[in-house]
Ligand binder design. Structure first.
Ligand SMILES: CC(C)(COP(=O)(O)OP(=O)(O)OC[C@H]1O[C@@H](n2cnc3c(N)ncnc32)[C@H](O)[C@@H]1O)[C@@H](O)C(=O)NCCC(=O)NCCS
Ligand SMILES: Nc1ncnc2c1ncn2[C@@H]1O[C@H](COP(=O)(O)OP(=O)(O)OP(=O)(O)O)[C@@H](O)[C@H]1O
Length: 207
């Protein structure tokens, strides 16, 4: 069984995915694969440089993430170009990692932590979805505080994604992370219990 875990930028997906890990869940992290597929020497990085030029490289030949972020969060066409290069590679990496895990643990659920789950095709590969929700105001405040962004830049990043309220209407389970961490941990525990009971009820995986 594959569980898609998603949220909006800075709603607390990493915080919640660490809580699932603490409960023993195996988490396949799209952000980790997003970094792997553009490592120095990779085809992914070569294609990114072909598309955006050497301005997106640091002096030692790695991806300049800050510069690429500046470009793609201000320009939806550039964002689509980057997604077309990275997303198929990220998905491929996640599938490989999942296959390896499932071979050794055929009866365990796997959590796919994917920021853009509802925006892209990955939603078709999961059996149910968990959304980490905060109100847009809390989201904006946490994003500005965590990344040191101006309100304008933070809003541009939020607007590069499906609105959180729309994601909320699509999710199987919602974890409201607007309150304190202990409150969120209790919700994570409750969702994990439900997921595991579904698994024992024999739901099959579409992976
Ligand atoms: C643009 C990049 C270089 C900026 O790197 P940076 O280290 O500043 O941010 P990081 O990767 O930690 O992403 C932070 C958050 O931004 C949001 N985000 C990232 N990429 C995108 C995108 N293409 N569209 C919308 N939101 C995005 C996600 O919520 C993500 O969790 C990087 O995000 C990237 O390579 N993005 C393309 C791959 C991708 O889509 N990753 C996210 C989903 S798999
Ligand atoms: N319940 C909470 N109360 C207060 N602050 C929180 C809470 N949950 C998360 N945060 C803080 O909010 C910020 C965003 O959380 P986190 O990094 O987990 O979000 P994310 O959804 O993984 O972000 P991204 O989409 O950018 O990867 C962090 O600074 C985190 O410490």
């Amino acid at each position: 069984m594959i569980v898609g875990l998603t949220g909006g930028i800075a709603t607390g997906k990493s915080t919640v995915s660490n809580m699932f890990r603490e409960l023993g869940a195996y988490v396949v992290d799209a952000d980790v694969w997003a970094r792997r597929v553009v490592e120095p020497g990779s085809d992914g990085l070569r294609e990114v440089v072909e598309a955006f030029g050497t301005r997106v490289l640091t002096s030692d030949g790695a991806l300049n993430r800050q510069e690429l972020g500046r470009i793609i969060f201000a320009d939806s066409e550039a964002r689509l170009r980057l997604n077309a290069i990275t997303h198929p590679r990220i998905r491929q990496g996640m599938r490989q990692e999942t296959e390896t895990y499932i071979q050794a643990h055929p009866n365990e659920p796997v959590i796919w932590d994917v920021p853009l789950l509802f925006e892209g095709d990955t939603k078709y590969l999961v059996d149910c979805t968990v959304l980490v929700y905060t109100s847009p105001d809390v989201q904006l405040g946490r994003l500005m505080a965590r990344d040191g962004l101006s309100e304008e830049d933070a809003r541009a990043r939020m607007e590069a994604q499906m609105p959180i309220e729309e994601k909320r209407s699509l999710a199987t389970y919602v974890i409201d992370n607007s309150g304190d961490i202990d409150n969120t941990r209790e919700q994570v525990q409750a969702v994990w219990t439900k997921i595991r009971s579904q698994r024992t009820a024999g739901q099959s995986s579409s992976f």
